[in-house]
Design a protein. Structure first.
Lengths: 113, 600
């Protein structure tokens, strides 16, 4: 079974750090979480069959955005990591600037100490 | 002048004299303040080739026009000097309450020159300035000194000071203020120590006026509202602080472990932000006028590392823990407290320990040279060596000079992980190519605060960029470097940029100063400052050859994990970066670029 690790506020929402899931793709893995953690929790991670703009998912350390997105295949030994990219409890960005919704890089940037 | 106080306090320590000088409004307009104007003053006044610890080096305490105005996070000050650690320009930034107090005394800048015959401290009591003996304070920790100085001057005075490390000219020495805030990097504490200045104490009651109060209030309120509304500055940073990054960077596989020998740490969870929040965190805390309050007030309640203080932040957590292979959070916290009290940069000190551990394990440091074994994962060795370094005792005398000097002494400078003799922070550039470029080109040596491309490479803000790829990283690095130089010049905290952008800061600066700043001009000033720093370094003897990375980063792939096999592909980015900067192939600004920036 693949292991899903939650970070930051998502961990708090899940009530646990890791969960084991059996799934073929990232999408099905996140859907399975609804059964093991709660349907409300699963709703935090997938909306309208897409990741909310503030949720990042890594498969074995690679952001699924650079793989096949939610269709990325998942194998039993894989490790998924799920965290907020800056919204609701994670330092890294602001809502207005995420995913090109706000000003471009000329006038919007993010730094971290 | 509005927002600026219009005065420089010049202190000649050799002669024991002080005098005030007017601030040139044209220079202030062109360089703003803080890092920008401080760099201009330094580069105009010192020979870049001088010995950083000689009396003719100068130490500039620089506030920005927004420092002390009440603008959110407007509490920053910079320390600008020639670095003994790198031989390059140094600019270290700190928060707390000391910077605004300098403004309340009537000064934008303090310029310390010469060298006092005996230890002294400066007492700024509004318009009154005294150079007072500090012999009884020499040897005291920063906390002891601050308590004593408040008792001797005013209980509400604000203090910046050096610890024993700075007194003993350690290149890892920082300047501490408000006990827990640090102007940390580049060895600025050693320069203060070389001048025999233990501390600067300030108590002022003069307010900082702004040009258009109504507009300033409106712009300030807009900034505060955005910061509060931002889940990062309104919720994330106050709740978790920066250590939440530990698990994220570890998951990506570029969390530098055991002196960059690995990219993932098996003990990450034990030192993560989540664990800190559940164990040693007491509460969060803010600096002057801060509406974010990200500081970590912490306490180890029992055991041999029992104590209370602030930290660890992400970088300190990494340098003192992950970098040394130590997962004992209490020991890391103790080492952090010691660094603050002894006056050492946690990053430089932690990496010096990690460098020493690798050299020892490889047999390059003979067992007889150290009083105890130095092995990765040994928490007691960490705490012991940090204390030895702070007092420059035994092996700690060398280690206190930073990892480069240790590696060089034992014939293996290639095992020092840093750039321009300054240690890397907590991201392995092999896994995040933008950081690799940023480290190599940073004017003050390896630094994450000169262009934080993790923003795009991990968080996808403002757009997602694959951390493994080099395409587009030169442009992003240059942009982030220039914008950071601007923000460092106004007197606000970089953390504001989680919730606001330069487009929010520019009108705030304009309303405060009434000097006619536009956003485009603010970004141009950032670029001007970056190039001015570069010119100083070139005159100091650095060159494009110093824009490089250690052999391990360039040629040794990360051995395992998500970034397995990755190396720093600097050669793919540096030529484009130089071109975007308007520099020639050797990394020298062209005449056309200098003319464009009014630096010719």
């Amino acid at each position: 079974m693949a292991v899903v690790m939650f970070l930051g506020d998502i961990r708090r929402a899940a009530g646990c750090a890791t969960v084991a899931v059996e799934a073929d793709t990232v999408a099905s893995a996140l859907a399975v979480l609804g059964a093991s953690v709660g349907s409300g929790f699963a709703g935090l991670l997938v909306r309208d069959r897409a990741l909310p703009p503030d949720v990042e998912v890594l498969l074995n350390g690679r952001n699924i955005a650079f793989l096949d997105g939610l269709d990325t295949p998942v194998r039993p030994a894989d490790r998924l990591t799920v965290f907020y990219s800056g919204l609701r409890g994670f330092p890294g960005g602001s809502a207005g600037s995420a995913r090109g919704q706000g000003p471009g890089p000329r006038d919007r940037f993010v730094l971290l100490l | 002048m509005s927002a600026w106080r219009g005065q420089i306090l010049r202190v000649n320590l050799t002669r024991g004299t002080t005098k005030t000088e007017p601030l040139d409004p044209k220079l202030a307009r062109a360089y703003i303040g803080g890092r920008g104007l401080g760099t201009k003053l330094l580069t105009d006044e010192i020979d870049p080739k001088l010995d950083p610890l000689a009396p003719n080096n100068k130490l500039i305490i620089a506030t920005g026009p927004l420092t002390g105005t009440g603008a959110s996070t407007g509490g920053r000050y910079m320390v600008i000097t020639k670095s003994p650690l790198t031989g390059a320009i140094a600019c270290s930034n700190s928060g707390g309450y000391f910077g605004p107090e300098v403004k309340f005394c009537g000064y934008d800048f303090l310029i310390l020159e010469g060298r006092a015959k005996e230890p002294v401290y400066l007492w700024l009591n509004n318009d009154s300035v005294e150079i007072r003996p500090a012999g009884k304070l020499w040897g005291k920790t920063t906390h002891e000194a601050e308590d004593q100085l408040k008792a001797d001057t005013h209980p509400e005075a604000k203090v910046c000071s050096i610890g024993p490390a700075g007194e003993k000219l350690a290149f890892t020495a920082c300047i501490m203020n408000d006990k827990h805030r640090a102007a940390g990097r580049s060895g600025v504490g050693a320069v203060m120590g070389s001048k025999h200045v233990k501390a600067i104490v300030a108590k002022g009651s003069q307010s900082v006026t702004v040009a258009r109060p109504r507009d300033f209030m409106a712009a300030s309120l807009a900034v505060v509202n955005k910061l509060k509304a931002s889940p990062v500055t309104g919720e994330g940073l106050p709740k978790y602080g920066t250590p939440i990054l530990v698990n994220v960077i570890n998951a990506h596989g570029f969390l530098p472990t055991r002196n960059f020998q690995q990219g993932q740490f098996e003990g990450a969870e034990q030192v993560s932000g989540e664990t800190i929040a559940d164990t040693i965190l007491v509460k969060n805390k803010g600096c002057f006028a801060c509406t974010i309050a990200c500081s970590r007030v912490s306490e180890v309640k029992e055991g041999k590392y029992r104590g209370a203080g602030e930290g660890p932040e992400y970088e300190s957590d990494w340098a003192l823990g992950i970098s040394t292979g130590i997962s004992d959070l209490q020991a890391i916290t103790k080492a952090n407290y010691l660094c603050n009290e002894l006056g050492m940069d946690t990053i430089e000190a932690g990496v010096a320990v990690a460098t020493s551990m690798e050299l020892y394990e490889r047999g390059y440091i003979p067992a007889g040279d150290v009083a105890r074994p130095l092995r990765f994962g040994d928490a007691e060795a960490l705490v012991w060596l940090i204390e030895e370094m702070g007092h420059r005792r035994g092996f700690g005398e060398l280690a206190a000079q930073g990892g480069y000097r240790v590696a060089e002494r034992y014939g293996h400078p290639e095992l020092f992980m840093g750039v321009k003799k300054q240690a890397f922070p907590a991201y392995d550039g092999r896994g995040a190519q933008g950081m690799a470029l940023g480290y190599a080109t940073s004017n003050r040596g390896a630094c994450h605060l000169r262009g934080y491309t993790i923003s795009v490479e991990v968080f996808g803000i403002p757009k997602k960029m694959d951390p493994f790829l080099t395409e587009g990283k030169a442009e992003v690095s240059k942009l982030f470097q220039d914008v950071t130089a601007f923000v460092d010049s106004v007197g606000m905290c970089l953390f504001t940029t989680f919730g606001i952008g330069a487009e929010d800061i520019a009108p705030l600066l304009e309303a405060a100063t009434g000097a006619g700043y536009t956003l485009e001009e603010c970004l141009k000033i950032g670029e001007r400052v970056w190039n001015l720093e570069r010119l100083f370094n070139l005159k100091a003897g650095l060159s494009g050859k110093d824009d490089t990375l250690p052999p391990r980063i360039l040629h040794e792939g990360i051995p395992e994990g998500p970034a397995k096999g990755m190396v720093g592909k600097l050669h793919e980015m540096l030529p484009e970066y130089y071109k975007l900067r308007g520099w020639d192939g050797a990394g020298v600004p062209t005449k056309a670029k200098l003319k464009e920036l009014a630096l010719a």
